[in-house]
Every structure is written in C-alpha cells, then in structure tokens.
Design a binder for this molecule. Sequence first.
Ligand SMILES: O=C(CO)[C@@H](O)[C@H](O)COP(=O)(O)O
Ligand SMILES: [Co+2]
Length: 223
Amino acid sequence: MNDFIIAPSILSADFARLGEEVDNVLKAGADIIHFDVMDNHYVPNLTIGPMVCKALRKHGVTAEIDVHLMVKPVDRMIGDFIEAGASIITFHPEASEHIDRSLQMIKDGGCKAGLVFNPATPLHYLKHVLDKVDMVLLMSVNPGFGGQSFIPGTLDKLREARALIDASGYDIRLEVDGGVSEKNIAEIARAGADTFVAGSAIFGKEDYKDVIDTMRKELASVR
Ligand SMILES: O=C(CO)[C@@H](O)[C@H](O)COP(=O)(O)O
Ligand SMILES: [Co+2]
C-alpha cells in the first residue's frame, strides 16, 4: 500500500453505473474506495447500505472498501458490513453508546476499525481506545453531503491528531474527509494526514487519472 492513500468517495459517483465507476477510479490509480453510509437520522441524508457493498464485491472489486458509517445506532450495521466485505469500518463516537464495544466488534469481525471526528468533536474520545483504532478520520466538513468546502481549522486539528498518534506508538492512519482536492491536498498532508478522501474533486472531473496523478504529484512535493 502507498505511503499516501487516495480514497475516492463514491458518494459523488454515478450510482446508475456504480460498478463501472469503481473499476474506472481504481484503474485511474485510486488505492481504496470510500463508502459513505448515511441514515437520515444521524445525518440529514440517505445513501447506501451493506447490499451495495456486497454487490461491489460480487462485481469483482478487490480493493479495500473503507466504510464510513454515519448512522445511529452503529452496532446494528457493523455485522452486516463485515459480512458484506468491508475492509475498514469507521464510525462517529457520538453515534455509539459504547465506543470500546463497537470498535471491538469491528476488530473481531476481521476488519480495521476507526473513529470519525466531526469538525467540533474533540479528540479526547481517542485516549482510552488507541490500542483498538487503526484509523482516525477527521471530518473537514460537517457530515451529510459531498461538494462542501474544506474547513481551514481542520489543519490545526490534524496537527494535534498527528502528534497524538505519533506519541502513542501505534500504527494508526490519519484520514481526512471533506473538501479535499488537488489544490489543497499538499497542505493537508503537511498538517499530518496520510489518507485522503475526495469525492467531487475526482468524480466531478472527466479524467479521473488526471486528477489522481495531479494529487500524487502534489503529495510527492511533501515528502
Ligand atoms: O463523508 C462525507 C460527507 O459526509 C464525504 O466522504 C464526502 O462524500 C466527501 O465529498 P467531497 O467533499 O470530497 O466532495
Ligand atoms: Co465520508
């Protein structure tokens, strides 16, 4: 796996041709697929569930599927996504009554587990579960929709999260989600992110390879 991971969010893909869209974006150089699950309860939008994840596996997708759960309660969905072929499952701490238990359920199912922090959610939820977390996802927009603008305060929060992760000694990825594009990806990487979700910036363009290549060039300037 690359040092920097590019994770296109299929929220901005053409759902009528989802299998083809996922194939095309992987062929264009994406590392993993970001899969946004919204329930019209935890967030004011409704998207896709485990059946779609399973369908992508059946279609032949072998890349990691990074399931971002924006649902409340979360536990009921975890088993279904494990069974559907998810690779990584992340959830928002406010959406779980028992954060440690939800993380453990994901790990027991053989998936990588992660916590997602909204722009105004403090990082302190992490402190006592660092040993169970493979991914920390910082939202750089309020969750619910693609195509929003990156909230600049996320850069300081990324620096804080990077320091916390490095001090922990655990192997934890730091992902950022919302308003990421080829224009700001280098600055976001410099703040400490190593995994980049991008929906509209990739699927909004004709040539996915061109955007992903540009993102990689920008990232190469960081290292
Ligand atoms: O989880 C979410 C939104 O809640 C994201 O994954 C978006 O889908 C990202 O879209 P862009 O901001 O990159 O268009
Ligand atoms: Co997302």
